[in-house]
Design a protein. Structure first.
Length: 739
């Protein structure tokens, strides 16, 4: 039973959040839906994506792509989870973080980056409303009021602007429209005091102007007890709010303009690093593990404030379309502090030192500009070309603290300036009604200036500043062939490029640089509508080689990061997306991927972990040889499925929706150790609800991670077999309405 006082607090908090949204959401508002063409009962609607920067039927796009939208997307975030909830929900996608909600790391086909430094770069690019989000801090913007999320697998370097050798995760907000006042509201409350309120309203301001305002409020109570201090419900809570305002100017002629301003604020617990979590010689929890308890004498908190704006202009002329996309993103402040040794001798096991760390950004400004021209040729040949500019100015820092006294023991501040520009072009040519060839070309020049600006109680090794500059041409070529009106086959070869990365120095490691990396990828697949559009399938196979891949050595003998390059990394695999109506009332989907990755560099070795069981050979210097190992956080298997069964009723519909995702075991680090191999993870969700008035209202009970499966999902390896775990089970109720 929930205590009366606590229940009153939760109701008051939810009521307050509703009042905060009340200014923009009329009573009776509704969940916004993407407009689609009418379809017969039991048929799938046509899905369009912008994977090639134009709207196309997903069946015609010659690459592996998945779109999440509508109910599938809404169900995933019903429990208040952040962007990491996308992990395993589509083939070949993993998302994880050692910083909690504020610093997601993306992996596609096993290819990503485990770097937790504030200047980290990633081979997966995240694009939000056509603006790239480069720094990992920017990539965690919450999921709300979205038209859809596209996951583009494989190199996307010729049409998307930043670090795309692995792929792109592309978010698109619902846009304003001139038609009518409409919108939605969504309210849920769940276990652990988890409350989620979001909504949007679209308001035509005149015949030419429309505005859409969207907002999100999320809260979770602290629910983990600190047995060292004796404080109950001390940790693991959060408060998050985000807003987005869009203005559309559409005068009815050739010109359109879309303006976007947005912001995010987050406070709460940082990651809970649990000392002595892992049983020696295994990847099981140690005896006595309790997910609702931790023993720590250090401070734990994080806070983040970001904002941004964009301006998307378009001119629809007689022969071409012109586009200008201007973006400005900013991290005003970010700081995350946690106890990396987990406690004191009074805690679970002996802790030989008192160390906690903190890191963040005192400021980051990112400016991007793209000009693009697209042909409107009614004939066989069409093209698009443009130029892209990127500039980032970031100030980051890392601190150490003494947990026993709370005093700061060191401070290291660094500055990075990154400027890049790239002209690009892409051509489509219809050789015949059935066969189309596409090709793209891009030239990139990337410059980075990095320097240490302040070092307190840190004796820096090596130079205090480094400059890197590289340029590269990358390309792609694909062909698609229509076997008939419902079945397409395609093949694609593509290259990608990631500029050099720079990691800040520490007391024991100098500034390190990873040289630029390149990828050559081959892919082939088939896409088809089946059984008169009652089902849809996409299947692809791929093979890639990464030359000079940038890898991050995390930990080993100390809690630092160091960048290295592997001579080669190999990968191959297959992906499947299948959905359809089994009966008019039962709709199901199945997705899966097999991703094999292997480091191929016999000369590469890293420092071994402390107090663990290494399963790789050691060289003469006592270092671990990682040749032949899979990449970190790269599961071989990902499987996901959904099922929705509906029962029509007098004024509505009763439904049951369930979704499941599975990923096989993973390595946490570049080397293999018994303790640092994450066990396979299966998580499921269930939703039972009732909709009425033609879907205008919905009331549902839901559960996320309904089996309450707990797994170690990451670790700190230099002492005490420290790790962190996945999200708990959440049970709740939700009400949605639209107008």
């Amino acid at each position: 039973m929930i205590k009366k006082s606590k229940m009153h607090k939760r109701l008051a908090r939810t009521h307050g959040a509703m009042l905060a949204l009340g200014a923009i959401l009329p009573i009776g508002s509704a969940m916004a839906q993407t407009a689609t063409e009418p379809v017969a009962a039991g048929q799938l609607e046509t899905v369009t994506v912008t994977a090639q920067r134009r709207k196309e039927n997903i069946r015609d796009v010659p690459l592996s792509v998945t779109l999440l939208r509508d109910e599938k997307l809404d169900v995933l975030v019903s429990g208040g989870q952040d962007i990491r909830v996308l992990a395993g929900k589509v083939p070949s996608l993993n998302v994880e973080s050692s910083n909690g909600r504020t610093f997601p790391r993306f992996y596609i086909r096993g290819y990503g980056n485990t770097d937790f430094s504030t200047f980290a770069s990633q081979p997966v690019s995240l694009v939000y409303d056509d603006v790239v989000q480069e720094n990992p801090i920017l990539k965690g913007f919450p999921i709300f009021d979205l038209a859809g999320v596209e996951v583009l697998r494989g190199p996307q370097g010729t049409l998307f602007g930043r670090n795309t050798p692995a792929g792109v995760v592309k978010f698109e907000s619902e846009k304003p429209n001139l038609k009518k006042v409409e919108g939605y509201y969504n309210v849920s409350t769940a276990t652990h005091g988890t409350d989620n309120v979001d909504g949007a309203v679209n308001v035509p301001l005149s015949k030419e102007w429309a505005m859409r305002v969207s907002a999100l409020r999320q809260h979770r109570d602290n629910y983990v007890d600190n047995t060292f201090t004796g404080q109950n419900n001390a940790l693991e809570g959060y408060n998050e709010h985000a807003e987005r305002v869009q203005l559309l100017y559409a005068p009815g002629g050739a010109f359109n303009a879309l303006f976007n301003v947005h912001q995010r604020m987050t406070t709460g617990s940082a990651r809970l690093f649990r000392a002595n979590l892992i049983q020696k010689g295994t990847n099981d929890f140690a005896d006595g593990f309790d997910a609702d308890k931790i023993s720590t004498n250090g401070q734990n908190y994080q806070n983040l404030q970001t904002d941004g704006a964009s301006m998307r202009l378009s001119w629809d002329l007689d022969a071409v379309k012109l586009y200008s996309i201007t973006g400005r993103e900013q991290v005003r402040s970010y700081f995350s502090r946690g106890d990396i040794d987990g406690g004191t001798p009074a805690g679970p096991g002996f802790i030989p030192f008192q160390v906690e760390t903190g890191g963040g950004l005192s400021g980051l400004r990112q400016t991007t500009q793209e000009f693009r021209v697209e042909s409107k040729n009614p004939g066989a040949l069409n093209w698009q070309s443009g130029i892209y500019y990127f500039h980032e100015d970031a100030n980051g820092f890392s601190n150490n603290f003494n947990s026993a006294t709370g005093a700061q023991t060191s401070h290291l501040a660094s500055h990075q300036k990154n400027t890049a520009w790239a002209p690009f072009a892409s051509v489509n040519y219809a050789v015949s009604d059935a066969f189309t060839v596409r090709g793209g070309l891009r030239y990139t020049r990337d410059n980075k200036d990095f320097n240490t600006v302040e070092a307190v109680n840190v004796k820096q090794i090596g130079p205090g500043s480094i400059e890197e500059s590289k340029h590269k041409i990358n390309w792609d070529l694909s062909g698609s062939y229509k076997l008939d009106k419902d079945v397409n086959v395609y093949a694609r070869v593509a290259t990608g490029f990631r500029a050099p990365s720079i990691a800040a120095a520490s007391a024991s490691v100098p500034i390190t640089v990873a040289d630029s990396e390149t990828i050559l990828s081959y892919e082939a697949g088939i896409k088809a509508d089946l059984f008169k559009r009652r089902a849809r399938v996409a299947f692809s196979v791929y093979d890639f080689d990464v030359k000079n891949q940038q890898l991050t050595v995390v930990g080993g003998t100390s809690n630092v990061t160091r960048l290295i390059n592997a001579a080669k990394t190999k990968g191959h695999g297959a992906e499947l997306d299948l959905e359809g109506f089994v009966t008019p009332r039962l709709k199901m989907s199945l997705g899966g991927s097999y991703n094999f990755t292997e480091i191929a560099d016999a000369s590469l070795s890293v420092a071994k972990c402390g107090s663990c069981t290494v399963e790789n050979p050691l060289n003469g210097a006592g270092r671990v040889v990682i040749d032949g190992n899979p990449l970190p956080q790269a599961p071989k298997w990902i499987i996901n499925s959904t099922a929705r069964y509906s029962i029509p009723m007098a004024d509505g519909e009763l439904f049951v929706f369930t979704d499941w995702s599975y990923r096989s075991q993973i390595n946490f680090f570049l080397y293999q150790a018994a303790e640092y191999t994450g066990r396979s993870l299966l998580e499921g969700g269930l939703r039972v609800g009732y909709t009425w008035q033609e879907g205008k209202y919905e009331l549902a009970a839901f559960g996320r991670n309904i089996t309450n499966t707990r797994r170690i999902t990451g670790a700190i390896d230099f002492n005490n077999r420290t790790g962190f775990i996945n999200e708990p089970r959440v049970l709740g109720v939700q009400f949605k309405g639209n107008f």
